[in-house]
Design a protein around this ligand. Structure first.
Ligand code: AHR
Length: 495
């Protein structure tokens, strides 16, 4: 059974550039994200560069990851960065209070992370400790990482083996300040933010640091309102928002084994992102009509129960076609709001929540979400082409969702990319794209699809789900008809 959706692509010279940073990632000291995921130590048998897994570096470079947020998450507001520098044997341990209560040895610290970012050719995004740290501590971190002249912190950095500063651009001032970051009221946090931001100088006056406020929990619009009202705009580079797709926080459902109803509920929660972005942006527009302050969705993704038999504090879950559909549809939302959404960070990169990579000792697999991120990398820094259409409905029980999600962009070489997702779990849909003034000739496509929604890659069968060439389209006189199978993600390229 097929339905037809008509999408018109509009040329708009003033359309925003889709910031590559929308395709950002997140690495917390949580479960096996850092230890065993990114970092195995330089004495490991697993091939590594200064302790960082080579297979992971290669895979993430293929994704062109534009930025990586670290060290948390909730962990960030317990983290004292000076414990993670200098000779390994002198580093104190830290108990990871939020995630499994495990004791770690601080062997992965500031140098390890920032050098790893250089290896990955990605921008670091450091989350500062506001909850249990001090203004001095965070100001020192900026000086340590960014100052090239003589100062107590840059001298210490040189002593620890790094002459040139790393010039970290993105700085989070606390994380989830309304929750694990200190259970603060919005008004109180806004004052804290102002104080921290004042002392976080850009040491070389290059205008190079972006200070980012810990943002709202999902639909807490009061939080955004207070931050926008009480923080001077010249102190505010970005305001965060966190939103996880979850069926029910008390009963999150299995990551691998789920019904269509559960899939629908997950997607309902994920697609709420459209409403959240729209409403938070409305508030931001009121105080910042020139859109100087970025919206930064620095945690997003699906959250299920952990894989049976794994540590509940480690948040290790499998990743199926459901996650691929969720990722494709969410990234389309961000692309379509590129005038305000300037950065987003999928939670989390390896072995935690909606990961793009899973590892098991020496083995590494790429998840369906990885493949979507790779297909969508073509949108990074391309100009948005606004899309206009009415989606057919995907109905389960008495409820419905838009079945189709689309975004499009034109890159620096004038190649047009259209990413489409069929959210409908049972029906194919035909999308007719009116190419209007885009005279596309050589059109090629790729698809991520599988026979079951629950399909996923495993260490035994790592390539069950991979991107394939897609031929299900026809271009007749500027009308491009794309027939997209249920729960699939398709990206077309035309020149
Ligand atoms: O990503 C897992 C956790 O979710 C983060 O530590 C926290 O910021 C959020 O609640």
């Amino acid at each position: 059974q097929k339905d037809k959706t008509v999408v018109s692509l509009k040329t708009d010279e003033n359309a925003p550039i889709i910031s590559k940073n929308i395709y950002g990632h997140f690495a917390e000291h949580l479960g096996r994200c850092i230890y065993g995921g990114f970092f195995v130590g330089d004495t490991s048998k697993i091939p590594n560069t200064n302790g960082v897994r080579n297979d992971v570096v290669m895979a993430l470079k293929e994704l062109k990851i534009p930025n990586l947020r670290w060290p948390g998450g909730c962990f960030a507001d317990t983290y004292h960065w000076k414990d993670g520098i200098g000779p390994q044997e002198q580093r104190p341990t830290i108990v990871n209070k939020w995630w499994g209560g495990v004791t770690e040895d601080n062997s992965f610290g500031t140098h390890d992370f920032l050098n790893m970012c250089e290896l990955l050719e990605t921008e670091p995004y450091l989350s500062g400790n506001v909850g249990s740290g001090t203004v001095q501590e965070l100001a020192d971190w900026v000086q340590y990482t960014n100052f090239s002249g003589k100062s107590p912190m840059s001298d210490l950095r040189v002593k620890n083996g790094r002459k040139e500063p790393w010039k970290v651009k993105f700085w989070g001032i606390g994380n989830e300040a309304w929750g694990c970051g200190g259970n603060m009221m919005a008004e109180y946090y806004a004052n804290e933010y102002r104080k921290y931001a004042t002392f976080m100088s850009d040491w070389e006056n290059t205008g190079g640091i972006t200070r980012i406020a810990s943002g709202a929990n999902s639909g807490d619009y009061h939080w955004t309102e207070i931050l926008m009202k009480n923080i001077p705009l010249n102190m505010l580079g970005g305001v965060g928002v966190h939103h996880y797709a979850v069926i029910d926080w008390k009963k999150k459902g299995d990551g691998r084994t789920f019904t269509e109803e559960e899939y629908f509920k997950t997607m309902q929660s994920a697609l709420k992102m459209e409403e959240l972005v729209t409403k938070h942006v409305e508030i931001m527009d009121k105080y910042d009509p020139k859109k100087k302050v970025a919206m930064i969705v620095d945690e997003w993704g699906a959250w299920y129960e952990v894989e049976p038999g794994t540590n509940p504090g480690f948040l290790y879950q499998q990743n199926t076609m459901r996650d691929a559909v969720l990722a494709g549809a969410t990234l389309n939302i961000f692309n379509n709001h590129a005038d305000r959404v300037k950065m987003a960070n999928l939670a989390q990169c390896i072995n935690v929540l909606q990961a793009v990579i899973l590892t098991d000792k020496t083995k590494m697999i790429l998840t369906p979400t990885y493949h979507v991120m790779k297909m969508y990398a073509v949108h990074q820094d391309a100009q948005l082409i606004p899309v206009n259409f009415t989606s057919p409905k995907y109905t389960v029980g008495n409820e419905n969702l838009p079945a189709i999600s689309v975004s499009a962009s034109k890159d620096k070489n004038n190649a047009v990319h259209i990413s489409t997702v069929n959210i409908d779990a049972s029906k194919s849909h035909t999308i007719e794209v009116d190419l209007a003034d885009f005279k596309l000739k050589n059109i090629t496509g790729s698809i991520l699809t599988s026979s079951k929604l629950q399909d996923h890659n495993t260490f035994e069968n790592p390539s069950k789900i991979t991107t394939k060439a897609f031929k299900g389209f026809e271009n007749k006189k500027g009308k491009l008809a794309i027939t997209i199978p249920p729960f699939s993600v398709v990206v077309l390229e035309g020149k």
